[in-house]
Design a protein around this ligand. Sequence first.
Ligand code: ATP
Length: 410
Amino acid sequence: MKSGSSGAMSDDYFRFMQDKMKQLEDTNNMLREKLVTIEREWHYYQDMRVRYERKIRDLNSELDKLRTPPLIIGTIINKIDDKRMVVQSSTGPKFVVSYSSQFIDASEAVPGAQVGLNQQSLAVVNVLPSAKDPSVHGMEVIESPNVDYSMIGGLSEQIEEIREVVELPLVAPERFERVGVEPPKGILLTGLPGTGKTLLAKAVANSTSATFIRIVGSELVQKYIGEGARIVRELFSLAKEKAPSILFIDELDAIAARRVEDGTSGEREVQRTMLQLLAEIDGFNPRGNVRIIGATNRPDILDSALLRPGRFDRIIDTPLPDTEARKEIFRIHTTKMKLKKNMELDNLAALTANATGADIKAIATEAGMLAVKGNKKAVGMEEFDIAIRKMMGDEHRKYINMKEMGVMFA
Ligand code: ATP
C-alpha cells in the first residue's frame, strides 16, 4: 500500500520534473534567441557608431578646410631644384617659392601647371587639376561628326590629299612603318572663310571614327589671357586621351602670326601660346593616332617656324568653288528641298560666281525660307533670284574685288 502510493508520487514527481525541465529548456531557448537578437543589434549599433564617428571626422575635417585661408593661384614657370620653383602669381609678379616633394607629385608639377600658394609664405600647397571639361575653354568636342565626304562639293582633289595624309596614317599605320616613312605631322588648310575647311576636317574625323576636337585660335588668345599656353597643353592631352582624334585649330594665325618684338604683354602672351604649340607638335609621335589640322585664311602672316618640316608641313588650299563645284554644292544643300520642276542647278551656279560654299548654303536656306513665307508648295527660281541678290549684294562684290586686288584682310 505504502509502496503503491510512493510509486504514484514518484511518477508525479517525475512528470513534474519533466515539465519543469521542458519549461526551463523553452526559457533557455527563448533566452538564447534573445541573446542572438541582442548580439545582432549590438553589432548593428556598433556599425552605426563607427559610421557616425567617421562622418563626424569627415565633417570636422571639412570644417577645418572651410576655415583655412584661401590659396593664391599661380602658374609654374620652371623648377629650380627639388625644393624650389619659380611661380607666377595670378596678379603678375614672379616668385621663387619652396615646395615639398613629399606632398607634391613631381609629374604633375610641370611648367604651365596651376598651383595653389600659401598666402603668407607663397609655398606651393597643391597642384590644381587641369580643367577636364573641354567646353570650359570653348573647345568643341564631337565624338563622331555627322559629315561625310559626299556632303562636300567640288573639293575632290583636296579630299584625296587629306585622305592620304590624315586618314591613311590613322587607319593603316603599318603601311608607313613598312616603308619607313613618317606621315606629315600637321596639315594646314588655307582658304577664304566658308570654303569648307572645317567641313573637310570633320569629314576626315568621321571616316576614321576619330573624335573631332576644334578650338578657335582667336578665342584662345582673347578670352583666356595668360592661360593660352596651358590650354594648348591641355588641348593636346585631351586629344591623346580621346585618341584616335583629329585636333582642328581654326584661325591658327591668331596664335601663330609671325613674331614681332613689340614688347607688349599681349604680344608676349601670344608668343608663349605659340611656343607651347610648337613644343607640343615637336613632342608628339607622327605615327600616333592624333592628327593635327590647322586652318587659316592668312597663310602669308604665319610664323615660318610653324611651317618647318615636322610641323605643319603639308598645305592644302581650299579655293573658291568653280561653276561645276558650285552646282555640286547647290545640289548638296537642296537635296532635302522640294524644288520646282523647271529648276536648273546650272543656272544657279552661273549666277553665283565667286560665292563660297557657305554663301551657297545661305542662299539655299534663304530661298527655302522665302518659299515657306510665301506659302509655296516648292522652291523655284523666283525665290533663288531674291536670295542670290540678297546674299551676293554689294558687300560681297567689294570683298571679292579686294581679294582679287591682293588686299589682305583679317
Ligand atoms: P571658317 O574659316 O570661317 O571656319 P570654313 O572654311 O571652315 O570657314 P566651313 O565651316 O567648312 O568653312 O563652311 C561653312 C558651311 O558652308 C558648312 O557648314 C557647309 O554647310 C558650307 N560649305 C562650305 N563649303 C562647302 C562645300 N565645298 N560643300 C558643301 N558645303 C560647303
